[in-house]
Design a protein around this ligand. Structure first.
Ligand SMILES: [Zn+2]
Length: 387
């Protein structure tokens, strides 16, 4: 592959403009006025260069993206959305390889180079969602991690536990969980099961937690204790964790310290009207914060564009961030934070890192988030995809 020289950009966090020389899929050099006569030169003078955006929480298998508009009819409860999802799945042809592929292409055009997606696993759909996501992901230059996700319960939905294990055996990278108390009504057995699977298969663990208030906070403690006891730090993420936004500050502080100490990451999409976890406070405590859309144009909700800079804007907006350093925290969640939660290696803007890059016409991180302009260039494994 021909080497590529990005000339004159501002690599995020470098302080001064620097050229980036890419070859063999990696960043070879970063510095001023690099000399590489054989390289293809792309002039990005004055533009911001970011590492590839990381979508840390989506549901590709559910998407209706690229198809006709589907009116939303679910009542606004968790049970209502789950029921609507199940009832209309067959009618709408979900999961659809074509729609997943269209959404992945859109995500790639917006600079997403890595995505973690929660794929429904239940006796009705079996592993069809896993296979559909795998097929679509094979067609698009986005590295996709799947979470085997028991959307309709594990203990309350016989046959699901066996299918979760089958998904892991087939190579799915992570095992999911869902409201161990609120949905499965037995947090100890639920956590026994999914932590057991994560240990046996060396998988990551990513648990949806909608349960609110002190119930949700107690479940967060259970997850933290187990992660620490089993030495699974760095491999466990809690998604949503709305409870964190509903408890008092002292309690938030204790949970944040627990997360940081045990190595539990938090993935948030700042979606809809749910409380947003205190991102700034948790970051200050050393917690890894990742960001994702959750559903994108699916039966759960009509919103979502696939653009992680726009999603970072939503996170900043709902976190009431105004200052540039605060807004930059949202971009961190859509980049480095996501990379840590997903366990990516070789991620960043230093020599030796994988050449997954996005160039944006913005003077800095906060501007990129607030304006989320069209990407000037997207590069994946050293190949220029959009320019
Ligand atoms: Zn979700």
């Amino acid at each position: 592959m021909t080497a590529t020289l990005l000339r004159g950009g501002h690599p995020w966090g470098h302080g001064a403009p620097a050229d980036i020389l890419v070859g063999d899929g990696l960043i070879q050099q970063v510095g001023p006025a690099l000399d590489a006569p054989a390289a293809r030169v792309v002039d990005v003078t004055g533009q911001l260069v970011l590492p590839g955006l990381v979508e840390s929480h989506c549901h590709l298998d559910k998407t209706l993206y690229g198809g006709p508009w589907v009116p939303h009819s679910a009542d606004d409860t968790l049970a209502g959305r789950i029921g609507n999802d199940l009832a209309r799945r067959a009618e709408l042809g979900v999961p659809s390889v074509e729609r997943i592929e269209r959404l992945l292409r859109r995500m790639s055009a917006c600079g997403t180079t890595h995505a973690r997606t929660h794929t429904d696993i239940d006796p009705g759909v079996g592993l069809r969602g896993v296979e559909a996501v795998r097929e679509a992901a094979g067609r698009v230059p986005v590295t996709v991690q799947q979470v085997a996700f028991p959307q309709h319960g594990v203990l309350t939905n016989p046959g699901t536990a066996e299918l979760l294990e089958a998904a892991l055996k087939s190579g799915v990278e992570a095992v999911g969980g869902l409201d161990p108390a609120g949905i499965d009504r037995d947090p100890v057995r639920h956590l026994d099961l999914i932590f057991g699977l994560a240990e046996r298969y060396g998988a990551h663990l990513d648990i949806h937690l909608h349960d609110g208030g002190t119930l949700g906070a107690w479940e967060l403690e259970l997850i933290t204790e187990r992660t620490k006891a089993l030495g699974l730090g760095g491999r466990v993420t809690v998604s949503h964790a709305y409870a964190l936004g509903q408890i008092d500050e002292a309690h938030q502080g204790r949970l944040a310290e627990g997360f940081a100490d045990a190595g539990v990451a938090l993935a948030t999409g700042a979606v809809y009207s749910f409380p947003v976890p205190p991102v700034k406070k948790m970051r200050a405590a050393g917690v890894v914060i990742a960001c994702g859309h959750d559903g994108i144009r699916d039966l759960w909700g009509p919103y979502g564009s696939g653009d992680m800079l726009e999603r970072a804007m939503h996170l900043a907006y709902r976190s009431t961030f105004r200052s540039d350093p605060d807004i930059e925290l949202a971009l961190e969640a859509a980049t480095y934070g996501g990379a840590r939660a997903l366990g990516l290696t070789g991620y960043g803007l230093a020599a030796g890192d994988r050449a997954d890059l996005v160039v944006v016409p913005a003077g800095g991180a906060a501007e990129a988030v607030v304006t989320h302009p069209s990407r000037s260039l997207v590069m994946k494994d050293g190949a220029v995809l959009h320019n």
